[in-house]
Design a protein around this ligand. Structure first.
Ligand SMILES: NC(=O)c1ccc[n+]([C@@H]2O[C@H](COP(=O)([O-])OP(=O)(O)OC[C@H]3O[C@@H](n4cnc5c(N)ncnc54)[C@H](O)[C@@H]3O)[C@@H](O)[C@H]2O)c1
Length: 602
């Protein structure tokens, strides 16, 4: 930037830029004075300074007053005061918040880091083979850091879904998968988990590149969790069994738990690999075969890992991956007459569509994991610093793109003001930037549509009178980065309190007592999850039973172990994924009755 600082004779110009490099902020400041001599502008004084400070030092310096600390190193008194006013104008003056906001902008605006992985698989995976779409069409998958094309991916449509369903049907009706012993199935799944671990870093890099989530999150949490999910379901494979039940009369009554057949699965883009694991794991452990449609924004990681699954010994046709769009490939799967079961994760609006397509076609069984507007309730006995940190995590994790995000932060009136101040400071400290960089807490949003939708929601918050205390705008000028945003004084009727934002926007609401917060928390068409922060056991016990949601996290949030069931009440969905309950989604129950002659016992 260039500024003409008035009040100096001759005028002093300053060019300054801040660059983030591996945990450091480098400030480059060029100052110069010019004077007109013989019709020409001549530089009569210049000074280039560079200050490099680690972010940790920077925070400490900010606490003491960053500007004086930095500028005490400048050699010239007049340039010191000039630079001082520049920093002050640019909001880099004094406070940690302004400083870190600038640091984040600098980080986001840097050249993107080259992802340490190549894209090898872009075709559809049908019957164990990579194939082009029948139409020959492809679509681009984009890098959310820049909006640039990563790769062109085969675009599946009705004909490709049909090919995939035929392969899955054949693999179910004639193939080895449902016929091999459950132990053999589990061994293939265990080998797959081992391969996921072996390829951890490549898988994580693909996921980050395609989705924009921090690489450290993908590499240290999500890919290991996928391996864990596969082992969890591998462990179930040989423990799924029916019952022999005592009935009135001389009958031998067996209840068989059978695989359903061909499962159609449609997943979203926010956790592409975890959604894959939640769906594929139980379906295959129970002996079904699968056609999975990935989200059009994130087709890459499922293709990579399914290739590994085949290397682990998965027979052809058991798991088919179709990349493509919702209204074409997704709708074809939901309405296919030969798909026996449909599992869908995505928005409530699309959930209604697929349910209708399923009922209009062959009445296939449907499970739905849909949207949410989850309350995060902070009671007045809570340790405020811990509460702020947990509520921040509950909302901002994964760029705020979580169906269960704690997107209504209810705070007791006695601690409200302190909470708001600290929540604001925490959001302003959030490190946003290239998700491949170490230490980054927040990457870009998934795509332009979501980016624009979030900015519209922020505008609606301002228009409806909520108090914007942090952020509120795009960060940098490239890609889909959004400043961590906090609203206080949010009222229940506002759009930001009612609708999913699916972005880094925290809405803080004030409440007086327990009955009120229960009523207001439940006053939502969603019922996915809730967080409670209190040290009072009685309060926790009251809330956990009163809240009409599928998951309650007490003094924690987003705990997603493979064994913990997840799913929604109300318009957040039907059925549960993960845990023992998820197996029911993929099993038929058959009663078999045989008469007994002279039974020794009944
Ligand atoms: N409850 C959960 O477990 C959970 C998890 C993650 C995301 N979500 C929800 O997902 C939403 C964000 O994801 P999104 O924007 O990708 O949702 P979306 O509903 O637009 O898309 C989800 C999937 O459905 C497909 N799809 C879209 N239209 C379709 C149609 N007409 N027929 C068949 N398939 C169709 C898409 O291609 C994608 O694969 C949020 O609302 C979020 O709450 C829920």
């Amino acid at each position: 930037m260039q500024r003409h600082i008035y009040g100096f004779t001759p005028p002093l110009y300053i060019e300054a830029r801040a660059i983030y490099i591996k945990g450091h902020l480098r400030l480059e400041v060029a100052e110069y004075c010019t004077q007109r001599r013989e019709g020409r502008e001549e530089v009569i004084y210049s000074l280039d300074s560079q200050y490099q400070v680690s972010i940790i030092t920077l925070k400490a310096m900010a606490a003491r007053g960053i500007v004086s600390a930095l500028l005490s190193r400048s050699r010239c008194a007049s340039s010191r005061s000039a630079a001082y006013s520049l920093f002050r104008k640019d909001g880099l003056h004094g406070s940690t918040s302004g400083l870190l906001q600038r640091f984040s902008t600098a980080a986001a605006m840097e050249e993107p880091i080259s992802p340490p992985v190549q894209v090898n698989y872009t075709q559809l995976l049908i019957n164990g083979q990579f194939v082009d779409a029948a139409s020959g069409k492809t679509f681009p998958t984009l890098d959310p850091r820049t909006g640039e094309v990563i790769a062109h991916v085969a675009e599946g449509d009705v004909e490709d879904v049909n090919r995939a369903v035929i392969a899955a049907r054949k693999a179910f009706d004639e193939g080895p998968w449902p016929r091999m012993t459950a132990y053999e199935r589990s061994r293939i799944m265990y080998r797959f988990a081992d391969l996921i671990e072996k390829h951890n870093d490549d898988i994580a890099a693909l996921e980050t590149w395609d989705n924009g989530k921090p690489y450290e999150q993908a590499a240290k949490i999500e890919v290991p969790m996928l391996a864990r999910l596969m082992r969890y379901y591998a462990g179930w494979a040989d423990k799924i069994h029916g019952l022999v039940v005592p009935a009135d009369g001389p009958h031998h009554v067996q209840v068989l738990h059978e695989p359903i057949g061909v499962a159609g699965q449609i997943i979203p883009w926010n956790f592409p690999l975890l959604m894959y694991g939640w769906k594929v794991g139980p379906a295959l452990a129970c002996g079904n075969t699968v056609v999975l449609k990935t989200a059009e924004q994130t087709p890459l990681s499922a293709l990579y890992v399914t290739k590994l699954f085949h290397e682990a010994g998965l027979p052809d046709g058991v798991l088919n991956i179709v990349s493509g769009f919702g209204p074409t490939a997704g709708a074809a799967l939901a309405s296919h007459m030969d798909v026996d079961k449909l599992a869908f994760t995505g928005s409530t609006a699309t959930g209604k569509i697929v349910l209708e397509l399923a009922s209009r076609s062959n009445l296939k069984q449907v499970t739905l994991e849909l949207g949410g507007k989850s309350p995060m309730i902070i009671m007045d006995d809570a340790d405020i610093d811990q509460a702020v940190e947990l509520a921040h995590f509950a909302l901002f994790f994964n760029q705020g793109q979580c169906c269960c995000a704690g997107s209504r932060t209810f705070v007791h009136e006695r601690v409200y003001d302190e909470f708001v101040e600290k929540a604001k400071a925490r959001a302003q400290k959030r490190v946003v930037g290239d998700p491949f960089k170490q230490g980054i807490e927040q990457g870009p949003q998934i795509d332009e549509d979501q980016f624009n939708k979030i900015l519209r929601m922020i505008k609606s918050g301002v228009d409806e009178g909520a108090n914007l205390v942090a952020g509120g705008a795009q960060l940098g000028d490239k890609g889909y980065y959004i400043q961590p945003t906090v609203f206080s004084d949010v009222q229940d009727g506002m759009k930001i309190a009612k609708e999913e934002i699916f972005g880094p926007v925290q809405s803080i609401l004030k409440f007086k007592d327990l009955d009120e917060v229960i009523r207001r928390s439940n006053n939502s068409r969603y019922g996915l999850a809730a967080g409670i922060f209190t040290n009072n056991l009685a309060t926790a016990n009251t809330l956990m039973r009163a809240l009409r949601v599928g998951s309650v996290w007490i003094n924690c949030f987003d705990v997603f172990d493979a064994a913990i069931p997840f799913g929604g009440y109300k318009m957040s969905g039907h059925g549960r994924e993960k845990g023992i309950d998820s197996l029911k989604n993929y099993l038929q129950v058959k009663a078999v009755v045989t008469p007994l002659n002279n039974p020794a016992w009944l």
